[in-house]
Write a protein that binds this ligand. Structure first.
Ligand code: ATR
Length: 313
């Protein structure tokens, strides 16, 4: 058994399963993938339902996702998770794409059917569940600011918020052009009679805009989807003057557990949460796609908590 498998290990079933009690039938594909906690999250659930299957990490170079998925299909895998940077490539490699993956423009889950690869996305629905669990509110009722709307995670979360019909969506990015492109794509979701038209409900700001502070006063939920905060020494991606006591602040980063953004938000009295819940719920929803009707959430929660504590130690 290895911590990380490569495409060479897929040469034969015998090679892949050498030294293991159970056959590998699920995998997370990424590059790098060694840090992924998906195996800990899913293996506990697989054991709980008595599936007799193993979940592995698979390092896949860019450009080789389609070939890797074909090989996993041939080896009779049930499905796969897709992580950075392969979520777009996996979508392109699929034979069929479900609604959520189409809207989000990326796939984080693959389900192998008899003769096709189905691409799905649980990041968006997982985010909605995470926000509800953390803050007991519904995304659709909120005025939301997505910081980092140019990246893959930011685009997926913003698309989900738009799809939910949130009260207002403010897209913030360092390079404003990328946020403007996203806004153009999402604007049909905001063309309702409810407020004064898309201009008021969908806005774009550059991270260094002097108007950001005033705008943030009209926001309920701030989400960081940038990578700023991954290192302990990172600053906050958002000027602290934007943070106010009425804010809910969600950082998609879960390691470290408390980024500078979350510390500064707590200090002004805002409610905060980190990306642990998103990781948990996107995983639980993937599991249910592979094993309909089964979602051993509490087992996954306990196992993920333990894995996170270990990775932070
Ligand atoms: P992904 O892999 O999710 O596509 P990424 O390239 O790591 O993303 O970037 C994620 C987001 O973090 C982007 O919105 C990026 O802003 P730009 O589009 O302007 O590049 C943002 N980001 C990364 N580093 C940043 C920094 N130092 N300050 C502000 N934003 C940053």
């Amino acid at each position: 058994m290895k911590d990380v498998y490569t495409l060479d290990d897929l040469a034969s079933r015998a090679a892949l399963d050498e030294g293991s009690e159970h056959p590998a039938r699920l995998a997370v594909l990424g590059s790098p993938v060694a840090h992924s906690l998906s195996p800990q999250l899913h293996q506990a659930a697989l054991d709980e339902i008595g599936s007799g299957s193993r979940y592995i990490r698979l390092e896949v170079p860019a450009g080789e996702v389609a070939g890797a998925l074909d090989r996993l299909h041939e080896l009779n895998f049930i499905g796969a998770n897709i992580t950075v940077p392969h979520k777009f490539e996996a979508l392109a490699a699929a034979d069929e794409i479900d609604g959520a993956a189409t809207i989000l423009g990326a796939a984080n889950t693959i389900l192998f059917d008899d003769d096709r690869k189905l691409a799905l996305n649980t990041d968006g629905p997982g985010f909605v569940r995470a926000i509800h669990e953390e803050f007991l509110v519904d995304v659709k009722d909120l005025r939301i600011m997505v910081v980092g709307a140019g990246g893959g995670a930011g685009q997926a979360i913003a698309a989900q918020c738009a799809q939910e019909g949130c009260e207002k969506l403010v897209l913030v990015n360092r390079s404003v052009g990328k946020a403007e492109e996203l806004a153009a794509r999402l604007s049909p979701c905001f063309e309702s009679e409810r407020l004064e038209g898309p201009g008021e409900r969908l806005k774009v700001f550059s991270l260094d805009s002097p108007d950001l502070m005033v705008e943030s006063g009209q926001i309920d939920l701030i989400i960081n989807t940038t990578s700023v905060g991954l290192r302990q020494t990172d600053p906050s991606p958002l000027p602290s003057a934007c943070l106010q006591p009425h804010h809910l602040v969600y950082d998609t980063i879960y390691n470290p557990a408390r980024t500078r953004l979350l510390s500064e938000a707590s200090q002004v009295g805002a409610r905060v949460a980190n990306g642990y819940s998103l990781l948990l719920y996107q995983g639980a929803l993937s599991f249910e796609l592979w094993f309909p009707g089964q979602q051993p959430l509490e087992t996954m929660r306990t196992s993920l908590k333990a894995a996170l504590e270990q990775s932070r130690a």
